[in-house]
Design a protein around this ligand. Structure first.
Ligand code: AMP
Length: 278
């Protein structure tokens, strides 16, 4: 497995593979890899000849009071996991190589990013879109795989790909969970003491939403109240609880099958998100 450390090396390698007629799959990550990330690599392998995993904790997508500095990192372990998962290359750039000091062009999605995490984390999706556009231009993938874990992010990347005409197939892979329902996340490592068990409130609240609409549509406000009750019983501080249209991400009045329930909470100091297509 190749480890590419600069943007220039990444792009030259990708160009050579393309010239050789090979199909490139890209899995963008921020590292501290877990089974969720590896499931994306597996998905990308099915759809390409060579998989590139990018590992980059992107400073531009973190707000001033967020966890950029303490975001968990373990490069050695990540490289082993990528090798084990069959990645052809890992792209591990430094922030100074990704962003010129006087960089002044960013990618902004203006519709799907207005609510949910976009409203709660100003500038977050601008950072995400910008770095993903750059990764697309460096790794030159034919296909890129993202996780449903970040439902809004995946929708925004799809939109960006469509609206900026990137010739890239976007695949969204299902959420990997622990046996008890907790969605895998690099940030789960922050959970201490009873926070790990309290974090189960997210998947339980989503299950309550799915049950509520199993026999027909229900007023969304009532379903959201049931979800909030579950979250509060687990002593989770709610950032948002929403039920939205799967495509537009607009809140719905009637929750029904096919809608998406999304949650963001603080469990202690850790912000956790989860979602479920009902
Ligand atoms: P991150 O490293 O958290 O930025 O995530 C990198 C990619 O992995 C994103 O496309 C995420 O949606 C995806 N991902 C994160 N957690 C999971 C999970 N539990 N299951 C599937 N994909 C995931």
């Amino acid at each position: 497995m190749l480890v590419l450390k600069t943007a220039k090396e990444m792009q030259a390698w990708a160009q050579a593979q393309r010239q050789a007629g090979l199909r490139i799959g890209l899995v963008p990550t921020m590292g501290y890899l877990h089974e969720g990330h590896l499931s994306l690599v597996e998905e990308a392998r099915k759809r390409s000849d060579l998989v590139v995993v990018s590992i980059f904790v992107n400073p531009v997508q973190f707000g001033p009071n967020e966890d950029f500095d303490k975001y968990p990192r373990n490069e050695t372990r990540d490289l082993e996991l990528c090798q084990g998962a069959g990645a052809a290359a890992v792209f591990l750039p430094l922030p100074a190589d990704m962003y010129c000091r006087d960089a002044s062009v960013y990618v902004v999605e203006e519709q799907l990013g207005r609510g949910l995490c976009g409203a709660r984390r100003p500038g977050h999706f601008r950072g995400v879109c910008t770095v993903v556009a750059k990764l697309f231009n460096l790794a030159l993938p034919h296909v890129a795989v993202f996780g449903q874990k970040d439902y809004q992010q995946a929708a925004i990347i799809r939109r960006m790909t469509r609206d900026l005409n990137f010739p890239i197939e976007i695949v969204v892979a299902p959420i990997k969970r622990e046996a008890d329902g907790l969605a895998l996340s690099s940030r789960n490592v922050y959970l201490v003491g009873d926070e790990r068990s309290r974090a189960l409130g997210l998947s339980r609240a989503l299950a309550v939403a799915a049950e509520a609409v199993a026999h027909g549509p229900q007023p969304a406000d009532g379903v959201r109240r049931h979800m909030s009750d579950v979250l509060e019983r687990h002593a989770l501080r709610i950032d948002y609880v929403e039920i939205v249209d799967a495509d537009t991400l607009e809140p719905v009045a009637q929750a029904a099958q096919g809608c998406v329930a999304l949650i963001a909470v603080y469990c202690g100091k850790t912000r956790l998100i989860d979602n479920r297509v009902l």
